[in-house]
Design a binder for this molecule. Structure first.
Ligand code: HSE
Length: 307
């Protein structure tokens, strides 16, 4: 095989109660990436459609991730990466993770699959580190493994795939302002009061339990964030109003998607997820702000080979 085309889906990280450790994979929104084997060793970026991103291999998250893979598994071939970048950088739905995970997945296929999907996360993290200033895998893990994932440790990279309750549907509203993860991480405090930590790990444990038992009520009670959201909410226009509108329209819960500005909600059916999307849109309608809405089932497969 000399060429491969893959679909690299978007993802929602944090899911309110699991900052830097919890995430799930989206279905309809994602990039398309083509990787071609070349005779000259090294990694190059070919064309990038849709967004203005660096083509310097040292500055592009896709090539940086592939370079990390090739350092561990040298090849006499090179690889050219062409990207149809449909997820806007700085949107909060895992744009850099889609690029980094897609690139290492595609190159791994062309190398004859020396690594499992789980093992590829460590290489893709080099791309995330470049994009956000911190190597975290909460977007990468669901993109590579599909479904919901929990990163027990970002350091020793211990990642668990979790079950997805069958009726869950996500609504994402993406206000078109760019919020770089590196900036929305910079405003966070390095310490948290014990009382808040206790609430947060109670909620995260309960959320994981709810995924295993399809307990939608428990899931709903657990989608809380008293640690990160209070700081980041001010960066997103009308965040509190949008979140309240989503919950009033029937969502199980709602919060910031990743580091924002997108806002996500989880609901128990496509019908409710659509109503939630309408309610969220209403909050932006009188603002001079472009936005888009995605309705998505949980994508249990993750990255997919197109050709
Ligand atoms: N966990 C990350 C954050 C996700 O919230 O900063 C964004 O990459």
């Amino acid at each position: 095989m000399n060429q491969i085309e893959v679909f690299c889906p978007g993802s929602v990280a944090n899911v309110s109660c699991g900052f830097d450790v919890l995430g799930f994979c989206l279905e309809p929104v994602g990039d398309v990436m083509k990787v071609t084997k070349t005779e000259t060793p090294g990694v190059s970026i070919g064309t990038i459609l849709g967004q203005d991103l660096p083509t310097d291999p040292l500055k592009n998250v896709a090539s940086v991730a592939v370079t990390a893979l090739l350092e561990a598994h040298p090849s006499k071939y090179g690889f050219r990466i062409d990207i149809d970048k449909r997820i806007k950088p700085g949107s909060g739905i895992g744009s850099s993770a889609a690029s980094a995970a897609g690139a290492v997945f595609a190159v791994n296929e062309l190398l004859g699959k020396p690594y499992s999907r789980n093992e590829l996360i460590q290489f893709a993290m080099a791309g995330e580190a470049l994009a956000s200033g911190a190597a975290h895998a909460d977007n990468l893990a669901p993109v590579l493994l599909g479904g919901f994932t929990l990163v027990r440790s970002n350091k020793s990279l211990d990642v668990i795939k979790l079950p997805s309750p069958p009726e869950l549907v996500a609504t994402i509203i993406h206000p078109k302002i760019e919020l770089k993860t590196i900036h929305s991480r910079a405003i966070l405090k390095n310490t948290i009061p014990l009382e808040k930590a206790v609430q947060q790990w109670g909620n995260l444990g309960a959320f994981v339990s709810a995924l295993y038992t399809n307990d939608y009520e428990l899931l709903s009670r657990s989608m809380k964030d008293k640690v990160i959201e209070p700081y980041r909410a001010m960066l997103i226009p009308r965040f509190e109003e949008v979140k309240k509108a989503a919950i009033d329209a029937g969502a199980l819960g709602s919060g910031i998607s990743g580091s924002g500005p997108s806002i996500y909600a989880l609901s128990k059916s496509i019908k409710i997820a659509n109503q939630v999307g309408d309610a969220m849109k209403n909050q932006f309608d009188d603002l001079d702000l472009e936005y888009e809405v995605h309705i998505s089932k949980i994508n249990n497969e993750g990255i997919k080979i197109l050709h």
